[in-house]
Ligand binder design. Structure first.
Ligand code: GLV
Ligand code: MN
Ligand code: MN
Length: 410
């Protein structure tokens, strides 16, 4: 089955008609429909499908012996996310399996397509939750207690979906059975366009994390409370936003308050609380620490000045990841192979660092992992405007096919 057919089948699931963005939050109806698509597709290709103890989906091409070559990504989205972030890695994986089959390829080791759950952390706050649970990077008890915005726990959401939350936890046998993991992903920047390449190879992921800033003030009347009597949490929050921007600029880093909940949320009242989430990423751990220190200090000063309480809690963190050098080199040389006729490179796959988090970054701590990126002309991601041309997606399928043939063929 061609990439286009698979892609078009998945495309309408979980798309909001008003915004055109995707709302595929884990363990919701949209997610269930995406998971059903995965299982149907696996069946179509004669792959054995299973859901592991952490809710990750697997489709196995069980030929050959020994440790497996795994490829895949995630199906969940950020609020109003684009179509490509995650699904591109899964659809290209199935399409690559199809191409390998069509050319009569016989893997000497098992090959699997995986869909990791709650990669974005959009519902339960911890990014790459499925791969973290699988690799033992998060305590299962803590994961079970994670809550969504309405107070539903991960345990309850998984139970409602028919899974056993008591089974959550490290899956050592599965991890030990992986020889290599390769995740294809839409580029979340526009470097490949500038380099004139359709496909790139991931080099490093910046250290990054999320911090919850919880400001507690005092609700009061907007029209009668004198300025000097206010305990307005919105003010230190505003100071934190500006401090984050300034600190990021000062450290060659990125910092974003992208989610804020102001309560009770009346236009004519001072808020009692403001909860806001800082996403911060930097080229190295020292720069990230300095950035955090600066934002924390300025937010704390502003909170004291306005008589507001402030608690800061880290919700998730990923240290700097360097993808497996041998795998990187192997993929780059494979994709940059000279054309037999002209002797010139038929393709080239530049190495790209990224500030975005990925399951491949979590798996990299345990198994040789790598990434392929597909050109994104505007560089926009986590938005309905995210886009990759069909021809570049097809180039991604070809690149992934070549990589899988190489990794599973010897
Ligand atoms: C995932 O897309 C992330 O980088 O937050
Ligand atoms: Mn994403
Ligand atoms: Mn992603």
């Amino acid at each position: 089955m061609r990439f286009a057919e698979l892609w078009d089948e998945l495309l309408p699931i979980g798309r909001d008609e008003q915004t055109g963005g995707y709302r595929r939050y884990s363990w919701t109806e949209a997610d269930t429909a995406c998971r059903a698509w995965f299982l149907r597709t696996a069946a179509l290709f004669g792959l054995r499908a299973e859901c592991d103890r952490n809710g990750n989906l697997w489709a196995w091409w069980e030929e050959g012996t020994g440790r497996a070559v795994v490829t895949g990504s995630h199906l969940d989205s950020v609020p109003d996310g684009g179509a490509f972030d995650g699904p591109l890695g899964i659809v290209t994986a199935f399409a690559a399996v199809d191409q390998l089959r069509a050319r009569g390829f016989r893997p000497v080791r098992p090959l699997a397509v995986a869909a990791f759950t709650e990669e974005e952390g959009a519902r339960f706050g911890v990014a790459c939750l499925g791969s973290r649970l699988m690799t033992g990077a998060i305590e299962p008890a803590a994961a079970r207690e994670l809550r969504d915005g309405t107070g539903v726990s991960l345990a309850a959401a998984m139970s409602a979906a028919g899974l056993d939350p008591d089974a959550l936890g490290p899956d050592e046998k599965r991890v030990a059975g992986i020889d290599a993991y390769v995740e294809l992903h839409i580029e979340q920047g526009s470097a490949l366009g500038a380099l004139g390449a359709a496909v790139g190879v991931g080099s490093v992921i910046w250290p990054h994390g999320r911090w919850l800033f919880d400001f507690t003030g005092r609700a009061d009347h907007a029209g009668t409370t004198r300025l000097s009597d206010r305990h307005d949490p919105m003010l230190p929050y505003a100071a934190a936003v500006l401090a984050a921007r300034q600190a990021a600029a000062g450290h060659g880093a990125l910092a974003t308050f992208g989610k804020v909940v102001a309560e009770p949320g009346a236009a004519n009242a001072i808020c009692s609380t403001v909860r806001a989430w800082l996403d911060a990423r930097a080229p190295d751990a020292a720069a990230l620490d300095r950035l955090l220190g600066q934002v924390t200090a300025e937010a704390t000063d502003a909170a004291v000045q306005h008589g507001v309480g402030l608690e800061i809690r880290r919700e998730s963190f990923t240290a700097e990841v360097s993808f497996d050098l041998r795998l990187r080199d192997r993929m780059a040389s494979l994709l940059g192979r000279p054309d037999a006729g002209t002797g010139r490179p038929a393709t080239s796959a530049p190495a790209l660092p990224t500030g975005a988090g990925h399951d491949a970054g979590v798996l990299a701590a345990r198994v040789p992992s790598g990434m392929l990126f597909v050109r994104n002309p505007s560089g926009v991601s986590h938005s309905p405007a995210e886009h990759a041309e069909r021809a570049d997606c097809e180039a991604g399928v070809s690149a992934l096919t070549a990589v899988l043939a190489d990794l599973a063929g010897q």
